[in-house]
Design a protein around this ligand. Structure first.
Ligand code: 5GP
Length: 199
């Protein structure tokens, strides 16, 4: 079980998208389709939300525990986002990459930039999921639950940050019109990642 960057043989599919773009559903779809595909579970200091399960969406830790892991070099990357810390544990990703696995990583922009600096570029595919502009995402969020003006403003600021990641993508998947096409395009990305692992 190697933790060395030089032993990487597998492939990372880095998925970026504004909140509300349906990336969770798309990722769920490929995880069902490809049983050996693995989505890394990050560590976070944010409070658990209703429905969160420790070890499922995240490994939930205290701010102190998170800082300790930073000190001991447990993270491949980590970042602060909206007042909370999030990080990818080396143990979640490097041993799998050494074993030629394909892993899906869903993190925010600062983390993506770090991973692009740390991991060999030929072992990464960056995917951006697009799903309409702010008006569409806002409409969807409001339809789900009423939002205060300050919540809406916070979401808008987050959207502005998240959409900056689009130019970094190798592949942009449009998830606003034809969902079946979006699924098929995502499947192709995963197939290509597996093909790169074998070659
Ligand atoms: P949330 O708190 O809504 O689950 O996630 C907030 C943001 O943190 C999302 O944009 C998500 O992609 C990002 N995130 C989740 N895990 C990680 C991680 O391990 N590293 C970094 N840099 N960002 C992460």
């Amino acid at each position: 079980m190697s933790n060395e960057i030089s032993d990487i043989k597998g492939h990372v599919v880095l998925v970026m998208a504004p909140m509300g773009s349906g990336k969770g559903t798309l990722i769920h779809h490929v995880l069902q389709e490809y049983p050996t595909l693995y989505q890394t579970i990050s560590c976070t200091s944010r409070a658990m939300r209703p429905g969160d399960v420790d070890g499922k969406q995240y490994h939930f830790v205290t701010a102190e525990e998170f800082d300790k892991k930073v000190e001991t070099g447990d993270f491949l990357e980590w970042a602060e986002f909206a007042g909370n810390k999030y990080g990818t544990l080396k143990s979640e990703i490097l041993p799998r990459l050494a074993e030629c696995e394909v892993v899906v990583v869903e993190i925010e922009l600062q983390g993506v930039e770090q991973l692009l600096n740390i991991l060999p570029r030929e072992h990464i595919t960056v995917v951006y999921i697009e799903s309409g502009g702010w008006e569409v995402l806002k409409g969807r969020a409001e339809a789900r639950a009423p939002m205060s003006d300050s919540d809406l403003e916070a979401r808008y600021q987050r959207y502005l940050i998240e959409k900056q990641s689009k130019p970094m993508a190798d592949i942009v998947i449009n998830n606003s019109e034809d969902i079946d096409l979006a699924h098929a395009e995502f499947n192709q990305v995963i197939e290509a990642a597996y093909a790169k692992c074998k070659s």
